[in-house]
Design a binder for this molecule. Structure first.
Ligand SMILES: [Zn+2]
Ligand SMILES: [Zn+2]
Length: 337
């Protein structure tokens, strides 16, 4: 067959109008250095919603979104080892980086000037097949099932990069604050605790506070509340500038605040006192291949628990609608085959 079923975007529009259409689409063919992946499932990310609703400009139309892909390699192009056939792999947001710009050369391919992004600059995972470059796919460790592995590829991996940037991994002991406790944070708390960190969680939702405690948080309360200790580092997942200020107030001397969101409302008033004594702020953008691979290995090792709601591919609009309106438990994942 030379076509595949996909949920395709032709015009950016509010998700309330269910803008993705379930149609036949040209099946891609693996070129040199590429593999053809039969998609088993694809996670639904808030970024997909931003693309569909026009908060991000389109670079390609028609477009298949989706960048948390789990699938099996079915065919290979030239210059690809036969050992790749039947391998179970993941494809994240970073579809390709150039390897030649100053960022790539510095090990910062997440900032590559020429990068391509899955489900944005090239077609993504709301479909039955995708082609990908052999160097930019990630073997999924045994012990992670398809549905639960999908959300690891975006929210999980970006959260892991944020955790690395706190510089608390590998220290003897450390106090880490997590501000906001959604999909990404509920994965990262498990990694942080496995590294021996004490984790304090700040969220207004009582339900999420309870969830955090059940996963091993030492303390969970609202972002304005005082945990009674100073934090060595904090990660802000909430897209609100005022939360970043609250997090800074709780940092110890030399502490680092990591901002993990791709969007945040303005940080309006920042007293210099909050930065004084070598406190610092760092944002996180995208992930490197190394981040993804390290995180997948750690996730398998600690048997990370993710909460997932599955939808058939045809119901992608509904999944995105439920995500937008907070009707989801955990992460939404589309089951393709
Ligand atoms: Zn994403
Ligand atoms: Zn580059």
């Amino acid at each position: 067959m030379n076509w595949l079923k996909a949920m395709v975007l032709h015009n950016q529009a509010s998700i309330e109008s269910f803008p993705l259409t379930y149609i036949d689409f040209d099946k891609p063919f693996p070129q040199r250095n590429e593999v053809l992946v039969r998609i088993k499932c694809c996670g639904v990310c808030r970024t997909d919603l931003h693309i569909i609703e026009g908060e991000l400009p389109t670079v390609k139309i028609p477009l298949i979104v989706g960048h948390q892909i789990i699938g099996v390699i079915e065919d290979i192009g030239d210059n690809v080892d036969h050992g790749f056939i039947n391998m179970r792999v993941g494809i994240p947001w970073l579809y390709w980086s150039c390897g030649e710009c100053k960022y790539c050369k510095a090990g910062l391919e997440n900032l590559c000037d020429n990068a391509l992004f899955t489900g944005y600059s090239v077609d993504g995972g709301y479909a039955e097949y995708i082609v990908a470059h052999k160097d930019f796919i990630h073997k999924i460790p045994v012990g992670l099932d398809d549905l639960h592995a999908a959300p690891l590829l975006c929210g999980g991996a970006i959260g892991y990069r944020a955790l690395k940037l706190t510089r608390l991994l590998g220290v003897e002991e450390g106090k880490l604050g997590l501000f906001g406790f959604g999909s990404s944070a509920h994965m990262i708390i498990q990694v942080a605790i496995s590294h021996g960190l004490d984790v304090y969680v700040f969220t207004r939702s009582k339900l999420r506070q309870e969830h955090a405690i059940s996963l091993g948080a030492i303390w969970a309360s609202g972002p304005m509340d005082d945990p009674g200790v100073k934090l060595d580092a904090a990660i802000v997942f909430a897209p609100a500038g005022w939360v970043a200020v609250e997090a800074l107030k709780k940092l110890d001397k030399g502490g680092r605040l990591v901002l993990a969101g791709i969007y945040m409302s303005p940080i309006e008033k920042l007293d210099y006192d909050l930065l004084w004594l070598e406190r610092e702020i760092k944002s996180v953008a995208n992930v490197t291949r190394r981040d993804v691979r390290e995180f997948l290995d750690e996730a398998a090792k600690i048997r990370i628990k993710t909460t997932v709601t599955a939808y058939p591919l045809k119901d992608a609009n509904k999944a995105l609608y439920d995500l937008k309106h907070g009707k989801l438990k955990g992460s939404a994942v589309l089951k393709v085959s």
